[in-house]
Write a new protein. Structure first.
Length: 159
């Protein structure tokens, strides 16, 4: 994470820390964001919320609203869906990186479960080396526990 300089606006530092710093604030041309202290084009959550609100409350066409806030029509629909699904939290950019146990595929989970079925005394920490030896992936024991819980739940529902 970038360090905040002593001359940087504290709000920019906070927006950056919460991944809410708009990378293109200059693209926001909506009149409410020009010369109004309350509206801040640097705050991506506020920008996306206002973009969606303009369409839903002010009946501004999607294309016009998206353009005024520096986004595409597709981005508008993604923001609207995220707002509906998760509220304002849905408008904040997600943490970068993979989601879920991407190293722990179904094949790895089957292997781990077979080891556990063969020796109930084994624990997740005992599976790290066999998984690494067989599949070439190094995983944390807690990740194994979570993946097996998901795996068991998915096989219980279908089995």
């Amino acid at each position: 994470m970038a360090r905040q300089s002593s001359t940087e606006d504290p709000k920019i530092g906070e927006l950056r820390a919460t991944r809410s710093l708009n990378p293109h604030p200059q693209a926001v041309t909506d009149e409410a964001f020009c010369g109004n202290e309350f509206f801040d084009a640097r705050d991506v959550v506020q920008v996306k919320y206002e973009m969606v609100r303009r369409v839903r409350v002010d009946a501004v066409p999607v294309t016009e609203s998206a353009a005024a806030f520096g986004y595409s029509r597709q981005s508008y629909y993604e923001a609207a869906a995220a707002l509906d699904a998760a509220g304002l939290d849905g408008l904040a950019p997600a943490k970068p990186g993979p989601r879920g146990g991407h190293k722990l595929t179904a094949e790895v989970c089957v292997f781990a479960q077979e080891l556990l079925d063969g020796d109930p005394a084994l624990r997740a920490k005992d599976l790290v080396v066999p998984i690494e030896d067989r599949f070439g992936v190094r995983v944390h024991p807690r990740s194994i526990e979570r993946a097996l819980a998901r795996f068991r739940g998915s096989t219980d529902e279908t089995g």
